[in-house]
Write a protein that binds this ligand. Structure first.
Ligand code: 4AD
Ligand code: MG
Length: 434
């Protein structure tokens, strides 16, 4: 049985007899011919069962198998110009591995998303979902390749943390032995700052938790975030890194998955091909003006929400970088702009076509006194941050970094309305199963 032949490699076996393993995706019949669509995770191939080529038992079986029967099929690989794959299998034998014990709940008809999410463990078998998962895997690989190729060191951040990093309103609490409460990490950033002072250029990449009480199409309670952090880097350098990073990831993934994006997900990839540096840059203050002109009642200091992000981004054919936000809107660790004390040296990258914020980041406060003041102002427990303040006590340097949520990036590349389809098993306010 090993090594098996996979559908994706079938071209290498033209004219040969091979054995394929997989699941019956679809079945049709025409006189002396049965057409079985077999999927094996690498692709789908049409298997043609001609009455004259198999035993009467196999011919009968081939006309009675339910969807999702696991099967082994032996046959001859034949070129076929009409097939999307270019090949089909001329069946000589077929064996059932396991017949479904009841009817497959996700037959070939339309289902609502609520039902599909309930059946997520089975929904993953659909062609669309397998493509999304493959794109996700490629996004993750492209992220790693970009950073590894530039001399970044992967440093894993802890998941149990003693304090908040991104505000106290969306923390998940966990009982933690005699030490009281721990929190699931909201961001590995503070640990990456420590690591950057040791290794220069670092990143963490792992699950991140936010007890978001928002049921939007962009929010999960558990998502994956990559967070690079660089010593001796300012906001301008950080923004250059962001645009090179995003362009590299998008171009690598589009190159690799062009055919599936176009045919299976019906994505207009020409929109993604524009994603090249330089990205347009506007300040928060300019963004407020743009939104006002577009008829949004905004005053300086208001949050730029999902709807506003869509309006802003729609003016550009590639991601737009919004920088220098009001200090009050941002986390405690941001450095203030020396040229304007009211704004923080932060930057968000907003994806086009309404996909919203995919990156948040910026330059960190490196001054001990100012950081202590910010911690006090945000009413954070100083004891929990003593180790973080040490980074400012021993050879502090300007430094910057950012975080990108994998799911928002995948939703954008795949053209999916909701992030729930971009992660294998979504965790949201109202969903923890399957
Ligand atoms: O803007 P955020 O909150 O930034 C940080 O956590 C920084 N500490 C990152 C850093 O500078 N190292 O989150 C960063 C990104 C967002 O732009 C978004 O892509 C994603 O993480 N994100 C979410 N994705 C899905 N569901 C949620 N609830 C998300 N919250 C943030
Ligand atoms: Mg943000």
């Amino acid at each position: 049985m090993f090594p098996p032949v996979y559908v994706a490699d079938i071209a290498e076996h033209e004219g040969q007899e091979v054995t394929l393993h997989g699941w019956l995706h679809h079945r049709a019949s025409k006189g002396k011919l049965h057409f079985l669509k077999l999927r094996d995770g690498t692709g789908v191939v049409q298997c043609v069962v001609f009455k004259g080529n198999v035993t009467p038992e196999v011919f009968f079986e081939a006309d009675h198998l339910p969807q999702e029967t696991s099967i082994t099929v032996r046959g001859l690989v034949k070129r076929d110009e009409r097939s999307p794959l270019g090949f089909e299998l001329d069946v000589r034998d077929l064996a059932v591995v396991a017949r479904p014990s009841q009817e497959y709940p996700l037959g070939h008809k339309e289902h609502g998303v609520a039902f599909l999410m309930e059946q997520r463990h089975l929904w993953l078998r659909s062609q669309r979902q397998t493509v999304v998962l493959k794109v996700r895997a490629s996004v993750i690989k492209a992220i790693r390749d970009f950073l590894d190729g530039r001399g970044f060191t992967l440093v894993d951040a802890p998941i149990f943390t003693p304090a908040a990093c991104e505000g106290t309103s969306n923390l998940f609490e966990v009982p933690y032995f005699d030490l009281g409460k721990a929190y699931l990490t909201q961001s590995g950033q503070l640990y990456m700052e420590a690591a950057a002072m040791a290794l220069g250029k670092v990143y963490c990449f792992g699950p991140t938790f936010r007890a978001e009480k928002s049921k939007t199409r962009r929010h999960l309670t558990e998502f994956w975030m990559v967070e690079p952090e660089v010593a001796f880097m300012d906001l301008a350098g950080d923004m250059e890194l962001m645009e090179q990073f995003v362009s590299s990831v998008v171009q690598t993934v589009v190159e690799k998955h062009r055919a599936e994006l176009v045919t299976v997900l019906e994505r207009d990839v020409s929109k993604l091909e524009n994603v090249k540096p330089p990205f347009p840059r506007i300040t928060y203050t300019e963004a407020v003006e743009v939104l006002r002109r577009a008829g949004h009642p905004m005053t300086w200091g208001d949050d730029i929400g999902g709807d506003e992000e869509t309006v802003l981004a729609s003016a550009y054919d590639r991601p737009v970088m919004v920088h220098r936000y009001p200090v009050e809107m941002k986390a405690f660790y941001f450095k203030r702009d020396p040229a304007d004390d009211k704004v923080a040296l932060g930057c968000d990258v907003l994806a086009p076509e309404g996909y919203g914020e995919i990156i948040g980041g910026g330059q960190r406060e490196e001054d001990l006194g100012k950081l202590e003041a910010a911690i006090a102002q945000h009413q954070l427990p100083k004891e929990a941050f003593e180790w973080y303040l040490d980074l400012r006590r021993y050879g502090t340097v300007p430094h910057a970094g950012f975080g990108m949520g994998v799911e928002r990036c995948v939703a954008w590349i795949c053209g999916l309305h909701h992030v729930r389809e971009t992660i294998p098993f979504a965790r949201m306010m109202e969903r923890i199963t399957p």
